[in-house]
Design a protein around this ligand. Structure first.
Ligand code: 13P
Length: 260
């Protein structure tokens, strides 16, 4: 059965104390639940990863970085390597978020290079793809998604399907309050799943979790999770409040995630 992720991407929010308080508050609540196949996850900023890892140690709450360098080590001021992340025993890392693509000119080739570095250190990449509003309006959603899949995953070996997580995040839905309808999201998720089937076969396609991201909140999550190919969410704004995050974990658990 596929894993269902409730993944909070905190972006450039929360300092040391806020990170500590959040994790200290949510961990006991998460520990009380039978999560089944649901994995709660947060992605704080780099300086606070260790704090989040320490405070969530031995709980089900997982911690991800928001980015990683595609270099191994050396004179790259400001960069953080996969090896550094692995030295904290971190297990997940977001790559290719549309904000990295937009503000830091990240290309699919760079996303792929980052993934390869993460693989060297057994860190699971959460690979973000998604079309802009202009691309959707021009009817190019399918073409854009397929191009991104081809570009990011070209030559990437997947056997089990659990080596990576894909997050479909339509750029027009991020931080706008305008989420994709469950139908719009499911349509693209199905496209992604079919692409996986054609390129990697049934096992990978069935096991790989595809998250939706873009203006998810407790009020719209249940409906989105009803999409057959929607295996959880990558959530920005609504993941910052403990009660909303916990509420979304509960919704995911209640949905049972009985997919595949
Ligand atoms: P919002 O949930 O704030 O729209 O952000 C989505 C996102 O970018 C998660 O990576």
């Amino acid at each position: 059965m596929r894993k269902l992720y409730i993944a909070g991407n905190w972006k450039m929010n929360k300092g040391l104390m806020e990170t500590r308080v959040f994790v200290q508050r949510v961990v006991p609540e998460i520990n009380k639940q039978d999560l089944g196949n649901v994995i709660p996850l947060i992605a704080p900023a780099y300086p606070f990863l260790e704090e989040a890892l320490r405070e969530s140690f031995s709980s089900a709450l997982q911690v991800a970085a928001q980015d990683v360098s595609y270099h191994s080590e050396g004179a790259y001021t400001g960069e953080v390597s996969a090896q550094m992340l692995a030295s904290m025993e971190l297990k997940y890392c977001i790559v290719g978020h549309s904000e990295r693509r937009q503000y830091h000119n990240e290309t699919d080739a760079m996303v792929k290079a980052r993934m390869l570095k993460l693989f060297e250190h057994n860190i699971t990449p959460i690979v973000c793809i998604g079309e802009t509003l202009a691309q959707r309006e021009e009817g190019k959603t399918e073409e854009v998604i397929i191009n991104q899949l081809n570009g990011c995953l070209e030559g990437i070996k997947l056997i089990k399907g659990t080596e990576i997580i894909i997050a479909y995040e339509p750029v027009w839905a991020i931080g706008t309050g305008e989420n994709a309808t469950p139908w719009q999201a499911q349509e693209v998720h199905k496209l992604i799943r079919n692409w996986l089937k054609n390129n990697y076969g049934e096992t990978v396609a069935n096991e790989l979790s595809i998250l939706y991201g873009g203006s998810i909140k407790p009020a719209n999550l249940k409906e989105l999770l009803e999409g057959e190919d929607i295996d959880g969410g990558l959530i920005g704004g609504a993941s910052l409040k403990e009660e909303d995050f916990l509420e979304m974990v509960k919704i995911a658990v209640a949905s049972k995630g009985e997919k595949c």
